[in-house]
Design a protein around this ligand. Sequence first.
Ligand SMILES: [Zn+2]
Length: 210
Amino acid sequence: MFVGHFAIAFLLWRLFPQVPLPISLIAVSFPDLVWSFLVPAGVEKVRINPDSPLQKFIVFEKFPYSHSIILGNVLSLLVALILGGLLNDPLVIPVFVAGSASHWLLDTVVHLKDLPVLGFNGDTKVGMGLWRRGRLAFLVEYAFYAIVSALTLPGFSIVYALIIGGVFHFVNANSFFGFSKKNSIKSSNAYAGLALFGFSAFALITSLII
Ligand SMILES: [Zn+2]
């Protein structure tokens, strides 16, 4: 999931306006940002299918540090404590952890049964698998993003959010619909790099415009 995560950043900003929006944008991206470094480091493993761009064929073999609700959020709590200290605002801590935890919760809707709960060996894995129905997943993710944005953002920011989210979501459309027969992403490292670029670019553009 991509744009759907950012809807929760807008919600957190609405609920806690004293915490700067970039904090929430980084928080909801945190698991995938961590993941984008741990994949090339060889700590976490993902296998892409060269013959299909569809998300349902991506095999997330191992990502306990970035994508488990327990271990993953111990890491996010450490980062939250540092950010809370740097900004001298204790409220940053729960907001950051809530944003990071929301990432896992929303991922459980779309991922196949590959998301670890605890983050340790022999773990239970969860996922409702909406990605199996790519077209529906495409609509549901953008509808969720649009509705939450419209309910939480002030005034004209809603229009900017819908446009920015729409552009990023459409760039991502091939992974839902499978327009191309081959996968343009050639390696797990390239996929990780794309995730890093996508999450950073969205967070930066949104921070500047909204
Ligand atoms: Zn994720």
